[in-house]
Design a protein around this ligand. Structure first.
Ligand SMILES: Cc1ncc(COP(=O)(O)O)c(C=O)c1O
Length: 397
């Protein structure tokens, strides 16, 4: 069948993270996928909402709906993001099938072959997958515990303008970053916005995790500080209600929302109407706000257990981040340890899964790094998983 595949398909790479999900539930402890704890799902409320939606609005809820999303939901989402400091109205909102679809649509409407985009290095693997098919030139800017290195972003912007290239956008996950767990400082947020202004480019802000910052102040979103409509804000219900709803949203300049909607017509036509009605009712009942304290508690405890286990078991020379929220810790093993090459052994012999850091890097670096997720395994498994990983690292240092 190879001969029939398009050149574009050959650019697509399967996600190592999804492949790892296969190992969940066997005797392998998975610190791999960022799967939410099912204890965080508001099952009773969703059951109640579904019953109500189907008994009062079935004709609409089971029908086709506008590509942009049902009107009441766009209104309700605009109100939801306004309460988080983002200036938005109905026209600025697009409902998508998870934020993953939003990333693909953004690539589709913004990127021509050879256009530059700047991403954090490392960054969310799914974003790299989404953008790669549109054949951009991707520049990576390194990260530290305060988020992306803004000077490196500026260097990339300068390099592009010297070479006459167009940087279409800077893609960033400023709060509780996937995969590193770091949160961008306020100064860097301001600096990034100034750079976007100076170099006339857009910022794509991907924000699934800021809602459950469980330590310290939650910094303002870039979108809430955006006075010129340069920030495209992307978020999702996946970690706030349930990923099975497959709903996300974009907040952007109206012209961009319109272009995204035209692109979406050809991709999914619309996101599932029934799920949209569920989300609408959930927002009307303030279900997300009600959920947040419980979600924060769940993940704070999980993070603490992982940090404690890392402190107890990891050998000299290993470092890791201390996330203020989200689902991920970023581990840096001593330079000699190749966590990419060791993954098969980790699965077969040590019975522990993680995502090798190389998959998140745009330049193939990071061989001694890994993303560890604390979101799903039981607490004892987190402890045992970290102990197993530490044993492997010690034996290969
Ligand atoms: C940074 C980031 N963006 C986007 C997504 C996609 O999420 P979804 O499509 O479920 O909204 C994820 C999922 O893990 C993520 O971590």
């Amino acid at each position: 069948m190879e001969q029939f595949l398009s050149a574009r398909t050959r650019l697509m790479k399967a996600s190592q993270v999804r492949a790892l999900l296969r190992w969940v539930g066997r005797d392998v402890i998975s610190l791999g996928g960022g799967v939410p704890d099912p204890a965080s799902f508001p099952v009773d409320e969703i059951q109640d909402i579904l019953r109500e939606v189907l008994s009062t609005k079935a004709a609409a809820a089971l029908q086709y709906a506008p590509t942009e999303g049902i009107d009441e939901l766009r209104e309700e989402l605009a109100g939801f993001v306004r309460r988080r400091g983002i200036k938005a109205s109905f026209e600025n909102l697009l409902v998508t099938s998870g934020s993953q679809e939003a990333l693909d649509l953004l690539g589709r409407i913004l990127v021509d072959r050879g256009d530059w985009i700047i991403v954090e290095n490392p960054t969310y693997l799914g974003a790299l997958q989404a953008f790669a098919v549109y054949e951009p030139h991707i520049e990576g800017a390194p990260m530290d515990e305060n988020g992306v290195n803004v000077e490196a972003v500026e260097q990339a912007l300068r390099k592009a303008s010297r070479g006459g290239a167009r940087v279409k956008f800077v893609y960033t996950i400023p709060t509780c970053h996937n995969p590193t767990g770091s949160t961008q400082s306020l100064e860097r947020r301001k600096a990034l916005l100034e750079l976007a202004e100076e170099y006339d480019t857009l910022i794509v802000e991907d924000d699934p995790y800021s809602y459950f910052t469980f330590e310290g102040e939650e910094p303002p979103s870039l979108k809430s500080m955006d006075n010129s409509g340069r920030v495209v804000y992307v978020s999702t219900t996946s970690k706030l209600l349930a990923p099975g709803l497959r709903l996300g949203w974009v907040v952007a300049d109206e012209a961009l929302v319109n272009a995204l909607a035209v692109a979406k017509q050809a991709v999914t036509l619309q996101s599932p109407t029934l799920c949209q009605y569920v989300l609408l009712e959930a927002l009307r009942r303030s279900l997300i706000e009600k959920q947040l304290p419980r979600i924060k508690e769940i993940y704070r405890k999980r993070r603490d257990v992982m940090l404690e286990a890392l402190g107890e078991h990891m050998p000299e020379g290993a470092r890791w981040t201390r996330p203020r929220g989200g689902m991920f810790v970023w581990l840096t093993a001593p330079p000699k340890v190749n966590l990419d090459a060791l993954l098969p052994l980790a699965l077969e012999k040590y019975k522990v899964a993680y995502v090798p850091g190389t998959s998140f890097h745009v330049d193939g670096s990071g061989h001694n790094t890994a993303r560890l997720s604390f979101s799903y395994p039981p607490l004892d498994s987190i402890r045992e998983g970290v102990a197993r990983l530490a044993r492997m690292i010690k034996e290969h240092t």
